[in-house]
Design a protein around this ligand. Structure first.
Ligand SMILES: O=C(O)/C=C(\CC(=O)C(=O)O)C(=O)O
Length: 288
């Protein structure tokens, strides 16, 4: 059965994002009739189209999107590129590429609005994650001014650290590297993440995924307690996104309006909010 993981009409947020705000982590699925899912896809979602994404963007008071290629579309970025093309310059993207991709194809992705590649290390989402080949890709996309987005769970951080340190670009960690939020702000997982960020100014972090990581659930007080100190400590290296349409969340479907209302609790001043939602994503995705 195709999974549906989003609320059609989320609660309107009470907080208004600053002009130019970017939802820097969201996906499109299909439409399947036009863009079939990959044979190796680990989940099979309902269509979540660009039109639906842009309607959500407007409803939430955002201006732009960064569309991240989801694992269900494998390394065929056509659905992501079609969504970017339909956005009128208001979306950029993160691709997943085959290690054998040639330079012409990379340039075509750039021309289509791609500004990063994603390396996914979650075993429930991908069959293999070859670090040596990922490193080759990273060396090839660096001259384009792109960066690397990595998705892993906290128990992999120590093993991945040498790989992360070898990447020649800015590196953005998805969903905080999925720490155990239940450990609290001084827990081992957040401590390891902070040590990494302190040591490497080129490593950034997406302070997204409250709906995945919170133990207590809405209004996500445990997530705020752990994550606000990070936004205050690394204000120019943080990004935020809704993660719509919330793949694999069928048993805990979040309300995107409530997620937006989390932003002023994570970034409590207008300057922090502007950095998080406007200046930082603009630098990575609209800078070239
Ligand atoms: O949407 C996300 O960020 C997280 C995902 C899905 C995903 O990353 C993918 O399919 O590539 C997850 O944890 O299931």
């Amino acid at each position: 059965m195709k999974s549906k993981t989003w609320v059609d009409v989320p609660t309107p947020p009470s907080w208004v994002p600053p002009p130019g705000a970017v939802d820097a982590h969201c996906h499109v699925f299909g439409p399947e009739a036009q863009f079939p899912f990959a044979p190796q896809a680990k989940y099979h979602p309902q269509d979540a189209t660009p039109e639906m994404l842009f309607a959500l963007r407007d409803r939430l008071g955002f201006d732009r999107n960064v569309i991240v290629q989801a694992s269900c579309h494998g390394t065929d970025n056509a659905a992501t590129l079609a969504a970017i093309a339909a956005s009128g310059g208001r979306a950029r993207g993160v691709a997943v590429v085959d290690p054998d991709i040639d330079d012409t194809a990379l340039q075509a992705l750039h021309d289509g609005g791609i500004r990063a590649v994603r390396f996914n290390f979650l075993k429930r989402l991908v069959d293999n994650a070859p670090k040596d080949r990922f490193l080759d890709i990273a060396r090839r996309i660096a001259p384009l001014g792109w960066h690397v987005v990595v998705y892993f769970e906290a128990d992999l951080l120590a093993e991945l650290q040498p790989f992360l340190e070898a990447l020649p670009t800015i590196v953005v960690i998805d969903h905080l590297g999925r720490p155990d939020i239940g450990q609290g702000p001084d827990g081992a997982d957040i401590g390891a993440l902070k040590a990494l960020l302190d040591a490497h100014p080129s490593i950034w972090v997406k302070v997204s995924g409250a709906e995945r990581l919170s133990v207590t659930g809405p209004p996500y007080d445990d997530f705020v307690e752990v994550v606000r100190p990070l936004v205050e400590r690394y204000p120019d290296r943080v990004l935020w996104g809704t993660d719509w349409p919330h793949p694999n969340m069928e048993h805990r479907i979040p309300d995107d309006g409530l997620l937006v209302d989390l932003v002023p609790r994570l970034a409590p001043t207008p300057a922090l909010q502007r950095a998080l939602l406007v200046d930082n994503p603009e630098r990575l995705y609209w800078g070239s």
